[in-house]
Design a protein around this ligand. Structure first.
Ligand code: C6P
Length: 420
């Protein structure tokens, strides 16, 4: 992914040293065998630095934001807006006002589909989605299409689980208004060639919405270099709290879009006849926002920047290579998606004769947390001809030893089910 800057020559990362920052990863923190947490694609754990930052606000600086004239409200507003600035720099947005705090990727994409979609889509207009999308980047567009008469077109995949770029180019046409694509598939791990997709999308006169839920936490992101018109991500997948997410959008687009939710904070003036929306970013932040969560996200970004996104990406690639090497030796196991060099830190697989739920349960007995099911990507699983898969997803605190434990546990589970 060229615009998510290159991980070449990345410094090394020491996962054992980092683990010391994560209370839940300490021996004895949770009951049962020593925890091997490989469910980071669903949600990550939080370091002490994030937990402390949030507790500090509640204990010393908490009040509602953008309302009070008292000291605490001003202090809390300052911290909240500092967090916005941190997100802006993290994804290299041109302006602070282009960062909207939401509850997560799902809400961010719904905001775009509802607010941009319903004003801009006409009957017969086309939205291009891909077969590897998460439901959060499918259902809002299906809803928008149903309301506007727009049509969804699907970009197919190659046999090894990458986007079929030749078909993508063919599908792009004069009626295409928007291309909505995941930066990294939450099932296949595929890292999509966003720069090329952005170039072709813009050449066709359409906009690009990026579902970056699985990429922003793991690789450097530069929305300007990438040419994203919209980009969505979630705090809880990047060491931050739940209930906080981000929508990046270019200012001109946000200015032209109607507010998504109505209520306090998002207005300049309300009369009996109607309302005037507030300036950006408040226009899209109705009601009391997730204040402490935003500040926690800021602390998570500070932590990630200190470790270094290039180092995180390189570390995860190493873990993915190891997982492919070890799991690939297990008879009857098939890894989904492309070779490690085209992947993030996500390895999904199916095993002959072993249902993904049974696999996950047996792994859990060994203390290994993975996810099993359709991972909110049913169309992808339908395309693959499987009802479900088992997924290991890595982060900065995972080790090669944990990958070996995963492989040993799966091999034992497979042997056990084969005997039945
Ligand atoms: N994927 C997974 O286990 P939220 O839930 O709003 O924070 O993120 C939604 C979302 C959107 N896009 C992609 C690519 C995602 O992976 C996710 C969340 C989790 O894969 C939970 S289903």
């Amino acid at each position: 992914m060229n615009a998510l800057r290159s991980a070449a020559a990345a410094p090394l990362l020491d996962p054992l040293a980092l683990r010391a920052d994560f209370p839940i990863l300490q021996p004895g923190a949770s009951p049962g065998p020593e925890l091997v947490f490989l469910d980071n694609g669903a949600s990550t754990q939080r370091p002490r630095q994030v937990l402390d930052a949030m507790t500090r606000v509640y204990e010393h600086s908490y009040a509602n934001v953008h309302r009070g004239i008292h000291r605490l409200s001003e202090e809390c507003t300052e911290l909240y807006e500092q967090a916005r600035g941190r997100v802006q720099r993290f994804v290299n947005a041109a302006e602070r006002e282009e960062i909207i705090f939401t509850r997560g990727t799902t809400e961010s994409l719904n905001l775009v589909a509802r607010s941009w979609g319903e004003v801009n889509l006409r009957p017969g207009d086309e939205i291009l989605l891909t077969l590897l999308e998460h439901h959060a980047n499918i259902v809002p567009w299906q809803q928008a299409a149903a309301r506007t008469g727009a049509v969804i077109r699907w970009v197919p995949l190659t046999d090894d689980g990458r986007l079929d770029l030749a078909k993508f180019s063919e599908l792009l046409g004069p009626r295409t208004r928007l291309v909505a694509v995941a930066a990294i598939s939450n099932v296949l791990g595929t890292v999509n060639p966003l720069v090329e997709i952005a170039r072709q999308t813009h050449a066709a006169g359409a906009l690009l919405a990026v579902d970056a839920a699985q990429s922003v936490p793991h690789m450097l992101t530069d929305v300007q270099e990438l040419g994203a018109d919209f980009l969505a991500c979630s705090g809880h997948k990047m060491l931050g709290p739940t209930g906080i997410g981000v929508l990046y959008a270019r200012r001109a687009l946000l200015e032209a879009m109607p507010p998504f939710l109505g209520g306090g904070s998002m207005i300049r003036r309300v009369t009996l006849e109607g309302f005037e929306p507030a300036e950006l970013p408040s226009k899209f932040e109705a009601g009391t926002p997730p204040i402490v969560e935003a500040i926690g996200l800021g602390a998570a970004i500070e932590y990630l920047e200190r470790v270094g996104l290039a180092a995180i990406h390189a570390h995860e690639l190493r873990l993915t290579q190891e997982a492919h090497a070890l799991l690939g030796q297990i008879e009857g196991l098939r890894i989904l998606g492309p070779a490690p060099e085209h992947k993030g830190g996500i390895v999904s697989f199916v095993v002959d004769g072993l249902h993904p739920h049974d696999a996950a349960q047996l792994l859990d007995r060994d203390g290994i947390a993975v996810r099993a099911g359709h991972h909110c990507a049913m169309p992808l699983h339908q395309h693959l001809g499987i009802p479900a898969s088992t997924r290991a997803s890595f982060y900065l605190y995972n080790t090669l030893d944990e990958v070996a434990r995963l492989a040993a546990s799966i091999a034992a589970a497979r042997a056990r089910f084969k005997r039945r």
